[in-house]
Structure formats: C-alpha cells, structure tokens
Design a protein around this ligand. Structure first.
Ligand SMILES: NC(=O)C1=CN([C@@H]2O[C@H](COP(=O)(O)OP(=O)(O)OC[C@H]3O[C@@H](n4cnc5c(N)ncnc54)[C@H](O)[C@@H]3O)[C@@H](O)[C@H]2O)[C@@H](O)CC1
Ligand SMILES: [K+]
Length: 561
C-alpha cells in the first residue's frame, strides 16, 4: 500500500489507504482533540475554505436541534424563558446564533458577559449584530451582565417563583452556557465567576431545581454544573483537564454521559490534512529577545563525499532560529567560510568517527535541536560514530534536544545485521533503536527508500514506538503513534537534491521551540509551499538554493515571524 502511487484524483481512496497505513503501523488516534489541536483544525478549515462563520452557524443550528430535543424530553414541557449567557469569544458567538434560532417562538434573553465592543472576533460580532438588528421584532431582550447583574437575577428569581406557583403548566427556564469554550485560560474573571456562582445557587435551590435546565455549549465553563454539554466536532476533555482529571471515575463517566457530540460540517478527512494551522500554532520570534532566545540548532553532517547537504540544512534552520552551528569534518568546514551566518565546529578527518563522540556529545546539550545525517556518508567509521554518539546523548535524557535524523544516518543506524531488509532485527544494538524509536523528541525524515530501513523496526516496536516519522513523497505522511497527517504542498520540481536537507533544517528550526510533531508538519508544509511558489513563477527551473532564497518571504507571508 503506498499513498504515493495515487492518481491525482484523491477522493476517498486516499482515506482508505490512510486507514490501511494506520492499521499497518498501529497508529491509534486519540478519541478527543486538545485545544491546541482544535485551534490548528480551525485554521486548517479556514485554509481549505470552511470559514469559522460557517462552523459557528452549524454549531448554533446543531445546538438549536439539541435544545428543542431536550425541551421535548419531558411531556409538554416548554421553556417559558431562555437566558443565553454569552462570552466575548466564539463560544459566545455560538450563543448568538442559537439565540437567533430559538427566538421564534421562545422568549430569549441574550446576556452579554462583556461589553458589546469587547466581542473579539468578526464572526461573533456579525452574529451579535443580527441579534441587535432584529431584537425589537423578535422576542429578544439584551442585557449587559456587568450593568444589569442585580436586576437580572432578581427578574429570574421572580419568574422562577411565578412558574413554581403555577405548577401544573410544566414550564421551565433554560440557561445556556455560551460563556467560555476552548479559549478559557486561568481562573474565571468577573463577571464570569459571579455568574457561575449565581446559576449554581439557583440550580441547587430545592424550590427552583425542577424548573431549571442548564445546557453548556462546546464545553462546560469551569465551575458550572450543567445538565447537558453539546460539544462540537471532537469530544474535548483536555479542556476540562483541571476539573476533568479531578473528577472521580463515576463523575468522569457522568461528564461524558451528559456530553453529546455534534458534527458541524468539518469533513473527517480535514483532520488528516496539514494546512496553515500547524504553522500558525508555532511560537513567534520573541521581539525583545537576545541571541539564542529564539532557538539554537546544531547540524551534524557532511563528509569528504558530500559538503553541500549540511549547508542547505543549516541555512534553512538559520531562517528560523538565531544560532546555527555546523559540526562537520575539515573538507566541509573550508566551504563553510562563505556562510558567515553559520558557526562552524570543525573535526579532524574526512568522515565522522568514534574520536569525535565525546566532544560532540558535550556540545550537543547547548542546543535546542539537532539535525543528524545530512551528507554524513556511509563510511563504516561513521556508523560506529553514530552508534556511540546516539547512545551517549540518549543516555542523558533530561537535556535531550529535539533530534532530526535524516538521510544516511537513517541507513547507518539500521539494526539489521545485513542489507537484507527482511532479516530479523539483530540483538546487537537493539537497546539503541528502542531508545531511538520510543522518544517523542526524535523525528526521522526518510524518503521511500530510507523508510525501508525503518519499517521493520516500527513493526517490531509497533506497540511502544513514540518517535515521529516524516515519510517524504508526492504526498508526505507525517505520523507517530497517535497522529497521522498528509501534506499536499510541493511538486515534481522538489525532487532536486538538497530539498530533503532543507526540510530537515526547517523542522529543526521549528522544533527548537515547538512540539516536534507539529514542527514536522509545519516543515513539510512550508517546504512544499516554497516549491509551489517557485513553480508558479518559473516552472521547474528552480533549485534548492532558490528555495532557501524565497523561504523568508514564504515564512513572512504565513507567519508574523
Ligand atoms: N473550533 C471550531 O471549529 C469551532 C469553535 N466554535 C466555538 O469557538 C469556541 C472557541 O472560541 P474562542 O477561541 O474565542 O474561545 P472562547 O469562546 O472560549 O473565549 C475566549 C475568550 O474569553 C476570555 N477568557 C478566557 N479565559 C477567561 C477567564 N478565565 N475568565 C474570563 N474570560 C476569559 C478571553 O478574552 C478569550 O478571548 C469553541 O469553544 C466553540 O464554542 C464554534 O464556533 C464552532 C466551530
Ligand atoms: K460553554
């Protein structure tokens, strides 16, 4: 099964192939999505044309359907009043959409937790404006909680008393929690904290309890006890991490039982596509930074046979981090004199060998990320060097930089005792490749041929591998034990020499200060984007140096680096 033999028509056959790939390498996707991943998905939806405005409308309609179902749950119960507590983020935006749909025929009270001019996003503002335009005609009241707090909760208690007294008519009041969703950070600020307190008080009041329903949109705002959570797209329990983990098992299952998951128009395959989201999630260059703050990368590579590879890799990394050192052997170091932006650490000899291990291992811990392998060659001394070097730095776990293992290094560390790739893995350096493949800070960047050296190891360690693999090809596959994504950028022009070295350098640059998996995704994406940009300008007449030259422009276009 090979994703790269697909015809241009991607269709769902690529998803089936992806599923086969997942099975083959026992990639188990998590059942829920984290906030960071949701934000990446948001931006990727936008990148592929599914706007946040569309998603918000879908969320609001899905919530509307659920509210109506919930209302009907008890025989001829109706919501005499609905209060939607709306925050200033997009969770609040969902509330505005829901209010619009509920306002006919329900009586709807939109309660702003912040002032109108604090509403954060365009899509949320637009949905509030609609409410503002029609509320005179619809059954809609608008409150500003900071101004109306006392009066509002007095009104609510009065209405609850009235309903409680007319018991026979089965009326209820619905509170919708559209205060905070996945954008919550830290402890609740006023008036969110007081609002939650007041709602919980009302809910716990025996005189009112039967006449109140509380429904949370997307996530339960911290501290609120709601009857139902309508969450969108993937179930998010990472958001509830603080109180989710504190919940005991029965509460946890209750949390899940009261959560209903609604799809909002994000097609499943978008989860598998790399887009602008990964790039945007990377930490930005700190403005008031001093040298080294924005990452330090070490490139270990080069040999008598290849001197260009480590340079391509190092120059690529230098577009992202502010300190790049090339550790290489003398024939390459001479060529590096023309690259003043790079620091050089020179080692005697024409190939790396075991005498270089001590010194190189000791300087390695001063770096945030390391590229290992570009142009390093297949000399037997180098194989011995790699095994000793890797064993040494992998034994010092605490200061382990992110490690990108590329090109010949992938071949050299292969634990097979012969070139016959189907032979069993030999015991000789088994503990080395177990260390290598169970470290989530390690990223392998094989092309198809080099992947043959990795496959048998992944098979044997299929239950425990944690490292990241970038399987380069027409469609790049970036995966680890719990994630798999495809990269669609790039074109046939990218097969020129050096693009793999550039990719390794970009991933090292990104991963110096960011999550290794996301950095690997961002690396293949931006590398292909640069190639596509050049392809549009000059067809296939570009080389790796051209890619390096346009990289700052591409990075700037897509990132506020
Ligand atoms: N991700 C998606 O695909 C979709 C997301 N949608 C909604 O968008 C939400 C995420 O929107 P946002 O990222 O704007 O985040 P939120 O809507 O959760 O709001 C975040 C804002 O609330 C404020 N805030 C954060 N923590 C606070 C605290 N402790 N006390 C007081 N104020 C606090 C901050 O100013 C922040 O800007 C989701 O939960 C979901 O409801 C929907 O529109 C559907 C589509
Ligand atoms: K909420």
């Amino acid at each position: 099964m090979d994703l790269n033999n697909t015809k241009l028509d991607l269709g769902n056959n690529i998803i089936n192939q992806l599923k086969n790939f997942q099975q083959k390498f026992k990639i188990i996707q998590k059942e829920y999505i984290t906030t960071a991943e949701m934000n990446i998905l948001d931006n990727n939806c936008e990148y592929y044309g599914i706007s946040k405005r569309m998603l918000m409308e879908n969320a609001g309609i899905q919530a509307y359907n659920e509210v109506i179902n919930h209302e009907k749950q008890v025989e001829n119960t109706t919501y005499a009043e609905i209060y939607l507590f709306c925050g200033k983020g997009n969770n609040g935006g969902d509330g505005f959409v829901l209010a619009r749909h509920l306002s006919n025929p329900h009586r709807v009270n939109v309660v702003l937790l912040n002032d109108e001019d604090e509403i954060k996003t365009q899509e949320s503002k637009e949905n509030f404006d609609i409410i503002n335009n029609i509320y005179k005609f619809g059954n809609i009241n608008i409150y500003n909680l900071k101004k109306d707090f006392e009066q509002l909760f007095l009104n609510i208690s009065y209405k609850l008393d009235t309903i409680a007294n007319e018991d026979e008519c089965k009326k209820k009041i619905l509170f919708v929690d559209a205060m905070l969703g996945t954008g919550i950070s830290g402890n609740l600020r006023y008036p969110y904290d007081k609002c939650i307190e007041s709602l919980n008080l009302l809910k716990n009041n025996v005189n009112y309890n039967n006449y109140i329903d509380i429904i949370s949109l997307d996530t339960e705002t911290k501290g609120l006890i709601s009857d139902k959570i309508i969450t969108f797209h993937n179930y998010k329990d990472e958001y509830n991490e603080d109180n989710f983990n504190n919940l005991n098992s029965s509460e946890k299952s209750n949390n899940k039982n009261k959560t209903i998951l609604k799809e909002i128009g994000i097609p499943d395959y978008i989860n598998y596509l790399i887009g602008i989201g990964e790039l945007k999630s990377l930490s930005k260059t700190e403005t008031d930074s001093h040298k080294g703050n924005n990452g330090r990368t070490l490139v270990i590579g080069g040999s008598k046979d290849y001197y260009g590879a480590p340079i391509f890799s190092a120059v690529a990394a230098s577009k992202i981090v502010d300190v790049v050192t090339v550790a290489t052997v003398i024939p390459v170091a001479i060529a590096l004199k023309n690259y003043p932006e790079l620091m050089i650490k020179e080692f005697k000899g024409e190939y790396f060998n075991k005498h270089h291990v001590e010194e190189l291992a000791s300087i390695s811990k001063n770096y945030d990320s390391i590229v290992l392998g570009c142009g390093i060659g297949l000399n037997p001394n180098t194989k011995e060097f790699l095994e000793k070097y890797l064993n040494k730095i992998l034994s010092e776990k605490e200061s382990m930089p992110k490690l990108i293992i590329d090109a010949d290094a992938i071949k050299l560390i292969n634990p097979l005792d012969s070139d016959d790739l189907n032979k069993n893995l030999n015991e000789k350096n088994k503990e080395l490749y177990i260390k290598l493949f169970t470290d989530k800070n390690i990223i392998f960047t094989p092309h198809k041929g080099e992947f043959e050296y990795i496959k048998p190891i992944l098979k044997e360690l299929s239950d425990i591998y944690q490292s990241n693999i970038v399987l380069k090809g027409k469609i790049d596959i970036v995966f680890n034990k719990n994630n798999i994504k495809l990269n669609m950028t790039g074109n046939a022009g990218m097969t020129i020499g050096g693009t793999g070295d550039i990719l390794a350098g970009l991933i090292a640059g990104f991963s110096a200060k960011n999550d290794p998996y996301v950095s690997a995704c961002a690396g293949v994406f931006i590398n292909g984007l640069a190639g596509d940009y050049l392809n549009k300008q000059i067809g296939y007449n570009y080389n790796s140096r051209d890619i390096l030259n346009v990289m700052p422009k591409i990075l700037h276009n897509y990132l506020d680096f």
